[in-house]
Design a protein around this ligand. Structure first.
Ligand SMILES: Nc1ncnc2c1ncn2[C@@H]1O[C@H](COP(=O)(O)OP(=O)(O)OP(=O)(O)O)[C@@H](O)[C@H]1O
Length: 329
C-alpha cells in the first residue's frame, strides 16, 4: 500500500494552471524527490498535500485514508519549510517538543530525534546559537518528533552555501532513513534529487512526466526535455539503418526504427584514449574533480566529454570512443 497516494490533482490560480492532473504514489519508508524547474507547481503540490492550499479536483490519501478534506493539523504530516522557521524564543528542545503531547514529551523522543539528526545534547541551545545547517536539522527533528505518517520538505537546503548543503543533505537523508520516515522532498536541484532520493518524480508544467529511480531518470529519461533537465546531454542527430546509426563517433547501436533519430549520450560516456585520433581538443573547462572537454570531430561537429583525472590540452589529437549505449529519441 502506498503511504501517500495522489490522484488527478488539479489546482489553478485564476488563469494559471499550477497542477494539471498530478498522480504520485509514495511507498512507506521511501524518500521521493519532486524535481522540476521554477514555476512547474512543486510548492503548490506540497501545499495541497499539507493542507495549506485546497486542490480544485483529485484526491490525496495517506496510509489509505482520504485526507484532502482535513485541516493541516489533522493530516499527520510534518513539514520542513525552506528556512527552518524555528520559534526564535524557544530552546532547541522546546522547538522539537512543540508538536508532542505530554507522554510523548516525557518519553525521550526529543533526545532521540536530536540524536538522529546529529544534534544530541543541543536541547538547551537557542536557535540564534546555531549554524544554518544545524537550524535545518532542528527543523527536521521537529517535523519527525511526533512520528507523522509523512514528512514534506520544501527546498530545505536552498539557504545553505554549497559546501554545507552537501553535508546537511546527507545527514538529513540518513536521519530520515534511520527513523523509517516516508518523505517527499521538493527541489529544483538535479544533484540533490538524484543523490538523495530513492525515486525521483520529474515535474513540468503541472504534471509528473517521469517517476523512476535516479539511475533510470538519468540513463533513460522519458523525453528530450527531461534528458537535458536532469544532467548534461550530448545530442547527435543521425539516421538509423537496421538498429545502427552512423555518427562522428562511428557506428552506434540505436534502439529505434529506420529513419532520423536524436541520440543522447552523457558527456562521461565519451572516453578519450590513445588509439587512432578521430578528434581534436577544442576547449577545456577545468573544475578540479573533472573537466568538460569540447571535442571537434573530422566532420566539424563538436561534442562535449567529461574527463576525470588529468585533462587534455587544447589542440591535442585524441581517440574518442563511446562507453555504454546511446538512448534514441
Ligand atoms: N497564490 C498564488 N496565486 C497566483 N498564482 C500562483 C500562486 N501560487 C502559485 N502560483 C502560480 O502557480 C504556478 C506554480 O507555482 P509553484 O510555486 O507551485 O511553482 P514551483 O515549482 O514551486 O516554483 P519555485 O521553484 O519557483 O518555487 C506558477 O506559475 C505560480 O506563479
Amino acid at each position: 500500500m502506498s503511504e501517500l497516494s495522489i490522484e488527478g490533482l488539479r489546482k489553478s490560480f485564476g488563469g494559471t494552471v499550477a497542477l494539471d492532473g498530478v498522480d504520485l504514489h509514495v511507498t512507506e519508508g521511501d524518500l521521493v524527490a519532486v524535481l522540476g524547474p521554477s514555476g512547474c507547481g512543486k510548492t503548490t503540490l506540497l501545499r495541497c498535500t499539507a493542507g495549506f492550499e485546497r486542490a480544485d479536483a483529485g484526491s490525496i490519501s495517506v496510509a489509505g485514508k482520504r485526507i484532502d478534506h482535513l485541516p493541516p493539523q489533522s493530516r499527520r504530516i510534518g513539514v520542513v519549510p525552506q528556512e527552518g522557521a524555528l520559534f526564535p524564543h524557544l530552546t532547541v528542545g522546546r522547538n522539537v517538543a512543540y508538536g508532542l503531547r505530554g507522554a510523548a514529551r516525557r518519553s525521550g523522543r526529543v533526545a532521540e530525534v536530536l540524536k538522529l539528526v546529529g544534534l544530541g545534547g543541543f536541547e538547551s541551545r537557542m536557535p540564534h546559537e546555531l549554524s544554518g545547517g544545524q537550524r535545518q536539522r532542528v527543523a527536521l527533528a521537529r517535523a519527525m518528533a511526533p512520528r507523522p505518517e509523512l514528512i514534506l520538505l520544501d527546498e530545505p537546503f536552498s539557504a545553505l552555501d554549497a559546501g554545507l548543503r552537501q553535508v546537511v543533505r546527507a545527514e538529513v537523508a540518513a536521519a530520515l532513513r534511520a527513523d523509517g520516515a516516508t518523505a517527499v522532498l521538493v527541489t529544483h536541484d538535479q544533484d540533490e534529487a538524484l543523490s538523495l532520493a530513492g525515486k525521483v518524480a520529474v515535474m513540468r508544467e503541472g504534471r509528473i512526466i517521469q517517476f523512476a529511480e535516479p539511475q533510470e531518470v538519468y540513463r533513460s529519461p522519458a523525453d528530450p526535455w527531461t534528458a537535458s533537465f536532469v544532467g548534461d546531454a550530448v545530442w547527435i542527430d543521425a539516421e538509423v539503418h537496421d538498429g545502427s546509426a552512423a555518427t562522428s563517433l562511428g557506428e552506434l547501436a540505436a534502439d529505434a526504427p529506420d529513419g532520423p533519430v536524436r541520440l543522447l549520450l552523457r558527456p562521461e560516456q565519451l572516453c578519450l584514449g590513445e588509439g587512432d585520433p578521430n578528434a581534436t581538443v577544442a576547449e577545456v573547462e577545468y573544475f578540479g574533480h573533472d573537466a568538460l572537454v569540447s571535442l571537434e570531430f573530422k566532420d566539424g561537429r563538436r561534442l562535449r566529454a567529461r574527463v576525470l583525472g588529468s585533462a587534455p590540452f587544447s589542440g591535442q589529437a585524441v581517440s574518442v570512443t563511446v562507453n555504454g549505449k546511446a538512448r534514441a529519441f
